[in-house]
Ligand binder design. Structure first.
Ligand code: B16
Ligand code: MG
Length: 221
């Protein structure tokens, strides 16, 4: 690491917890076509793009769906999901997240978002969390979803930083794989706290501050 590390945060499952909304929206869509769907399948959708998620869900469908039909189903899910997202407020972000982001900024680190979600800006606006971020890389600026590194490489590019000076914080295995494929450091939290490919494994968001201090010390800052 040649510079002060920059931190790139995944959104769903790291900064906000929208999994339950994804689940409810996919469940309604799946029920409408009589397709089996449960929490276990929902867990496989973490970090995966909307269309790739739909393909996973339709593995349990009793027939094949055309591209046009799939687009309609994805749009139906997204409409339900956005209705649920519109109930979110700033209270949906924990104090620990807000305090940690503020501390990282104060100590001179650049911060970015790296999310597969096309609803990234809408979510940030709902929970009033856009301010600390120097760059936002979301589902609308990528063509390949995690585990492809594109979303994080774009975030590094938007920050004007070398990927080798970036640390990604992720809750999805596919996100840790994406960070490592992009030549970045990776912190696993939540589900990914149990993933051995991550460089650090944390239980609580506030632990990121200590990792930042350790990296600053090692790099001589
Ligand atoms: P959307 P992340 C991901 O966000 C979610 O984990 C994943 O479940 C979802 O399918 C994907 O975004 C696409 O979301 O339908 O809003 O475009 O974890 O990369 O922040
Ligand atoms: Mg996530």
């Amino acid at each position: 690491m040649n510079r002060k590390p920059s931190f790139i945060f995944d959104l769903d499952g790291v900064l906000v917890f929208t999994d339950r909304y994804h689940y409810q929206a996919w469940k309604q869509m799946a029920d409408s076509i009589g397709c089996y769907f449960d929490e276990k399948i929902n867990n496989r959708l973490r970090g995966v793009s909307r269309m790739a998620s739909l393909d996973i869900i339709l593995e349990r469908a009793d027939r094949k769906y055309t591209q046009e039909e799939k687009e309609k189903l994805a749009a139906q899910k997204n409409e339900i999901y956005r209705r649920l997202l519109s109930q979110m407020t700033p209270a949906d972000v924990t104090d620990s997240v807000r305090k940690t982001l503020a501390a990282l900024k104060k100590s001179g680190h650049k911060l970015a978002i790296g999310s597969s979600s096309k609803n990234t800006k809408f979510i940030l606006q709902q929970v009033d969390l856009a301010a600390p971020f120097d760059a936002v890389s979301g589902g609308t600026n990528i063509t390949h979803s995690k585990p492809d590194p594109e979303v994080f490489l774009k975030a590094a590019q938007f920050l004007g930083e070398d990927p080798a000076d970036c640390v990604v914080i992720e809750d999805a295995y596919s996100g840790i794989d994406a960070a490592k494929a992009g030549g970045m450091f990776a912190i696993g939290i939540g589900d990914a706290a149990g993933y051995d490919k991550a460089d650090w494994h944390i239980q609580d968001f506030s632990e990121i501050e200590k990792i930042a201090e350790e990296l600053d010390r090692k790099a001589g800052f």
